[in-house]
Ligand binder design. Structure first.
Ligand code: GRG
Length: 319
């Protein structure tokens, strides 16, 4: 594994790009003119703007950069084509977090250090805020993607390709399917859940959205089908690495915070990478997946350093 020296500096990129993503997110839902929609829209914005790493939008924009020739200083101009998709991805991600935290799912009171959507707005409104974020994400993507500015041929087809992939990533062979398989496995003793089950869950719960993030950026940037596949394979590996890293973080955090979480689901017999592979084994697995991810980019030079930096960030992050 080599972290070769690169001209791309991820902290600098994030310092410039995250505020752009967040300010665009803060106006993506319209409601001022319709007072009846105040409550649901507030609930949607509450979770959308509650912080978070914005990894999926960033992955989409960096994937776009790999193919687009646009290099404007002004991010509004540089990203006029992929920004709508990047925001849609964050809306979908936020929906999945709101629903994941519900009493009938993980039953969490806190997310990103703040009370969860259902704690603030009630379970009924939280369910509807999630549903609404999901449908608004498609509307937003279709209405706001500057199709005229797409590079390459088949402009409308590229947008249709993106939207169809977004849909697939949420459904029964995506987020929702991964979540159901996760619930099924939680009902079993951890000894009956194997590494392949865990892989399937995380391929769908976590990697699916990162895959469409990278694929859609590439598609809008003008990538060929083969190029899209390479970027997708990259995303699949970092999606899995992300989850292995999460299990490692959970394990190291819960030994520090023992007692705080006792009685919650962290304490129950649950299959995780750390449990199945051991802490050292899990660390090796995360590194192996990151190396494999970078190998998918071996056909590119320094123009892929942004994506390589994301891969490194995912396993070295602290939250
Ligand atoms: C309602 C159709 C429908 C689907 C939802 C609840 C659900 C089905 C799926 C659960 C998906 C889920 C919560 C997956 C875990 C993904 C994950 C790794 C979340 C943490 O992501 P980060 O670390 O979070 O990027 P931040 O806070 O940085 O945004």
């Amino acid at each position: 594994s080599s972290t070769t020296s690169s001209t791309f500096d991820l902290p600098t990129y994030l310092k410039e790009t995250t505020p752009f993503i967040e300010s665009s997110l803060s106006t993506c839902l319209e409601y001022q003119s319709i007072p009846q929609t105040k409550k649901i829209t507030e609930a949607m914005y509450y979770s959308l703007l509650a912080g978070g790493k914005r990894i999926r939008p960033v992955a989409c924009l960096l994937s776009y950069d790999l193919f687009s020739k646009k290099n404007n200083k002004d991010l509004k101009v540089k990203y006029e084509t992929p920004i709508a998709t990047a925001l849609s991805l964050e809306m979908i991600h936020t929906m999945s977090l709101i629903h994941d935290d519900l009493p009938s799912m993980d039953d969490d009171d806190l997310r990103r250090g703040k009370p969860t959507c259902h704690i603030v707005y009630g379970e009924d409104v939280a369910i509807l805020a999630g549903d609404s974020l999901l449908s608004s994400s498609f509307e937003y993507c279709i209405k706001n993607t500057r199709i005229d500015a797409i590079s390459g041929d088949n402009k409308p087809e590229r947008l249709l390709n993106v939207v169809s992939r977004l849909g697939a990533s949420v459904g029964n062979i995506g987020l929702a399917g991964g979540q159901v398989m996760d619930l099924e496995c939680e009902g079993k003793p951890s000894g009956e859940v194997g590494i392949e089950d865990l892989r399937w869950i995380h391929l769908h719960k976590t990697a699916a959205l990162l895959k469409v993030a990278c694929a859609s950026g590439a598609i809008l940037g003008g990538a060929s089908e083969e190029e899209v596949e390479k970027v997708e394979m990259f995303a699949e590996k970092i999606g899995l690495a992300f989850q292995v890293a999460d299990d490692i973080l959970d394990c190291t955090a819960s030994s520090e915070e023992l007692g705080k979480t006792a009685g919650k689901d962290e304490a129950v017999d649950k299959a995780t990478y750390v449990r199945l592979l051991g802490l050292e084994g899990a660390k090796e697995e995360a590194q192996r997946l990151t190396d494999e991810a970078k190998e998918c980019l071996s056909g590119w030079g320094e123009e892929a350093d942004g994506l390589r930096a994301i891969a490194d960030f995912i396993i070295s992050r602290s939250n």
